[in-house]
Design a protein around this ligand. Structure first.
Ligand code: PLP
Length: 426
């Protein structure tokens, strides 16, 4: 097929006219569809409904009454369960509240206020006019960027390649610039592209030389067991860091937000022994303990890592038809046109699409006017600024499949209109 990008002005003009007719027809349907946020659909949530009636017993294996105060680090049976699931040492883990993003924000706040390992608090540098910087593989998760913005941390975009961040750039920057204190990583089925980090990238992150002694990896394994098309293995970052002589380099985050209930599941942080000691000290000033009853409820519901993996298979069965639908629609409408390229994730929650440069904002605006809400263009980049104005995150999980079908038809028309308008502009 000849790419639309190679068409003559006459053909493009005729095509645009035709697409505008299709667009007006779509608008007339008064649609109200939303592909903006990665929320689970009710059918997925229903699979965890038994949790609502759980708590057969509230006495822990060691006899502790889970209804009362205490056990800051989380109940042993819960740390054991998720330790086994993720290959983490339960002794180097804290089960926090019900949001891993909350744990990320708190951890960075602690680093800003108190520092780590005897290094100056990060705020100290800021008060002395020196910046504190983070590396942000892009496109990435908007809320990571918001955490940095809120805390006054400067962000440096790093291209995310097929197997992880561009490590030549990362290694070069962290080796020479002591103001770079951290990097965000979503190592499996990244948000939004579905990138999975290779063993080599994990090893390089763990062993690279850093100018800052308090350089930290924020390892947000939010989609660590969320495989849809293929189970993808991931090298153990904490073990790699320890073996490379940097046992405190990484903070590992995980939650059951997209396993049980978002915002009402359980969240954890794991790290080196000294980091965990520090975190417990700071946390003990914040709270006497997190919600042990919810932790126990999750243990009684899931019981074994095997059961969690089976539960994830059921969730994947719910998601697969939706991902198939979106990918099929993109293929049907846009393949070979030259107007867009998109990711084919093996799991996770998103599909990432790149329009022609300068067309993402226009596409999102056209879709919005036709009743299809997408994640804002630019959201996948620090400061909400996509330098190419081309990346759009598609979140297929929440709408019903019939709605998704309609939304994708409208979306494809919008991608084409925006692309052809841009070609004609030139
Ligand atoms: C990469 C990533 N990390 C963290 C979160 C939020 O996790 P939580 O609900 O545990 O705060 C999300 C939610 O979309 C996410 O995509």
């Amino acid at each position: 097929m000849k790419a639309i990008t190679d068409d003559s002005i006459e053909n493009l003009t005729a095509l645009l006219k035709d697409l505008q007719v299709q667009y007006q027809k779509a608008r007339a349907q008064n649609l109200k569809l939303n592909m903006a946020r990665g929320k689970p659909a009710a059918a997925q949530l229903n699979l965890s409904n038994e949790l609502l009636n759980k708590l057969e017993d509230y006495t822990l294996a060691d006899g502790t009454d889970a209804r009362n105060y205490g056990i800051l680090e989380g109940i042993p049976e819960c740390r054991q369960l998720f330790g086994e699931l993720l290959g983490l040492n339960p002794e180097q883990m804290i089960i926090g509240g019900s949001s891993s993003l909350n744990l990320m924000f708190d951890t960075i706040s602690f680093l800003c206020l108190f520092g780590t390992g005897g290094c100056e608090p990060w705020l100290y540098h800021r008060y002395h006019g020196a910046p504190v910087k983070f590396l942000c593989p892009v496109p990435g998760y908007d809320r990571h960027f918001t955490v940095c913005e809120e805390l006054g941390i400067e962000m440096i975009s790093i291209p995310l390649k097929e197997d992880g961040p561009d490590m030549d750039i990362v290694m070069d920057l962290v080796r020479t610039d002591a103001s770079i204190k951290g990097i965000w990583c979503v190592p499996l089925h990244s948000n939004p592209q579905g990138v999975c980090y290779s063993d080599k990238v994990v090893e390089q992150l763990a062993s690279m030389e850093t100018a800052a002694d308090d350089f930290r990896i924020f390892w947000d394994n939010a989609y660590g067991v969320h495989h849809i098309y293929e189970d993808v293995p991931l090298k153990d970052i904490l073990k790699e860091c320890a073996e490379a002589g940097h046992p405190e380099r990484a903070y590992y985050f995980f939650s059951t937000s997209k396993i049980s209930f978002p915002g009402a599941g359980i969240a954890l942080i794991a790290s080196g022994p000294e980091n965990i000691k520090e975190l417990k000290k700071h946390m003990s000033a914040q709270t006497i303990g997190h919600d042990k009853l919810n932790q126990l409820r999750h243990v009684q519901f899931f019981r074994t890592p095997e059961n969690i993996r089976n539960h994830m298979k059921k969730l994947a069965e719910e998601l697969k038809p939706k991902f198939d639908m979106v990918l099929g629609k993109l293929e049907e409408a846009l393949s070979g046109t030259g107007l867009a390229a998109w990711s084919s994730p093996k799991g996770g929650y998103f599909i990432s699409l790149d329009t022609l440069p300068g067309c993402a904002k226009r596409t999102v605006e056209l879709a919005k006017t036709a009743g299809v809400t997408l994640t804002g263009a630019g959201a996948t980049y620090p400061y909400g600024k996509d330098p190419n104005d081309s990346n759009i995150r598609i979140a297929p999980t929440y709408p019903a499949i019939e709605e998704l079908e309609k939304a994708m038809d409208v979306f494809s028309i919008c991608v084409k209109i925006a692309g052809i308008e841009k070609l004609l502009e030139k």
